[in-house]
Design a protein around this ligand. Structure first.
Ligand code: SF4
Length: 442
């Protein structure tokens, strides 16, 4: 295979020129002339890590060695195949996640971007994010990723306390994390995100808030807060089960979250999603597409996608899951061009439930126009406007339903799961009523 580097650098040069143009013009609204069915985001899964973190149940593998050329070739092939099957003409954003994609070589990232740019239109200023772990991300390596087209980094910092990092089984220290963050900000100013975890065993609110305050002295314009979820099969789960560690306290975690979001708000961050905070407009457009129920293609072992297989004559959006285990996935990609293990057609109601659940995660919620794109017959007023239970949520100030659409208040966003217990059955009921009016009477 010829090296795609020269062409990828051509794509990068065009990307930089477009970014300058975009900044000079002032960032406007969405510029997306292609129909929804021809647009998608692309998720690329790099399944390998250096070491298993104690809390992690993601689809990742700790290999003795990686045959990177073979993996690269399969990622390229699968991206090309899925673009063809989907009929997607415009790729809005690309996200390299994992696993630890910062362990992949920049050459692999370049090859995938080049393949995408050849198979579809990849705008020169499309967001291209790479997840990076502090230990696998020396400055020179990060710079090399920038050279091949990555323009945003998401750093798995997780904690600024060395004892907590050890407990989590991370391979980096707090000073590694801060050094990587400084290098990343130097290379990708305004486009660096950091993850901070909360709700660890024995973690207390005050010290955690101290970490968040320290992070604010060093971070860029995007922060994600994630609550530790204790997953069966992980080392941390076993330690808690055996009594070696205390179980995380959900009430303390809720307090950390509440106080953390206030701290971030006071520091000028907009909580644009349940776990995500941005200032200076530095929202993740890739993730925003998930919450808007836009199409996305998932490439790589265990990757998930949701798209209408228009290029293959499909008429219904499908959830697609790629084969989990990397060697099996590669065999399938070599045989069939893709390693899709499961395809589940999404019914109309299922899609609407996703629009509701995902949309309410954001501060904008679901606008009437957005809802109508998925359901032109039944309005948000029809579904939620007459329900007594919904009225109570509106009166409690947890929810808003008005000329803009349906959304959570600041208070409501923190208890979204409990609101959905009311909203989802309401949608199901309204849908059933609508269907029953369509059934011809005998
Ligand atoms: S680096 Fe990320 S994906 Fe890999 S084991 Fe740790 S948490 Fe899991």
């Amino acid at each position: 295979m010829t090296l795609p580097r020269v062409r990828a650098c051509g794509w990068v040069a065009a990307a930089k020129a477009a970014q300058r143009r975009h900044q000079a013009e002032g960032a406007g609204g969405p510029r997306c002339p292609a129909p929804r069915s021809q647009r998608a985001s692309l998720y690329i899964h790099w399944p390998y890590c250096e070491k298993r973190c104690g809390y992690c149940n993601f689809n990742k593998y700790i290999p003795r060695g990686v045959e990177e050329a073979a993996v690269r070739s399969c990622l390229v092939t699968e991206a090309q195949t899925l673009l063809l099957l989907s009929g997607v003409r415009r790729v809005e954003s690309v996200f390299f996640g994992g696993g630890t994609p910062s362990l992949a070589s920049p050459h692999t990232v370049a090859a995938v971007l080049e393949a995408v740019a050849q198979a579809a239109y990849l705008p020169a200023d499309a967001e291209v994010t790479l997840e990076a772990n502090p230990t696998s991300s020396a400055g020179s390596r990060l710079a090399a990723f920038g050279t091949v087209g990555v323009n945003r980094l998401s750093i798995g910092l997780q904690s600024l306390d060395d004892a907590e990092l050890q407990l989590l089984g991370r391979t980096h220290s707090a000073s590694d994390a801060l050094r990587t963050l400084a290098e990343a900000r130097h290379l990708f100013p305004g486009r660096v995100s950091v993850d901070l975890m909360l709700g660890l065993p024995a973690q207390q609110v005050g010290p955690w808030l101290g970490q968040l305050q320290e992070l604010l002295c060093h971070c860029d314009d995007h922060v994600s807060l994630y609550q530790l979820s204790l997953e069966r099969g992980t080392a941390l789960f076993a330690q808690v089960q055996q009594g070696a560690l205390p179980a995380p306290d959900p009430e303390l975690a809720a307090e950390m979250y509440q106080k953390g979001r206030v701290v971030l708000r006071e520091a000028g961050f907009r909580q644009y999603e349940v776990s995500n905070f941005a200032r200076n407009g530095a929202l993740s457009t890739h993730n925003w597409n998930y919450w808007q129920c836009g199409q996305y293609l998932g490439v790589g072992p265990g990757a998930h996608g949701r798209f209408l297989p228009q290029g293959a004559g499909g008429h219904t959006r499908e959830a697609r899951i790629q084969t989990l285990e990397p060697d099996n996935w590669m065999k399938e990609v070599k045989l069939f061009g893709h390693g899709t293990r499961k395809r589940v057609p999404l019914g109309e109601l299922e899609l609407l439930e996703e629009v509701l659940v995902m949309g309410l995660r954001t501060d904008l919620g679901i606008t009437h126009q957005h809802w109508q794109q998925f359901e032109p017959q039944l309005t948000l007023w029809d579904v939620f406007g007459t329900s007594k239970e919904v009225k109570e949520l509106l009166e409690q100030g947890l929810l808003l339903l008005d000329h803009r659409g349906l959304r959570c208040s600041w208070e409501g966003l923190a208890v979204l799961d409990s609101l959905l217990l009311t909203l989802l059955p309401q949608l199901q009921e309204a849908w059933q009523q609508r269907i029953s009016t369509l059934v011809p009477r005998g």
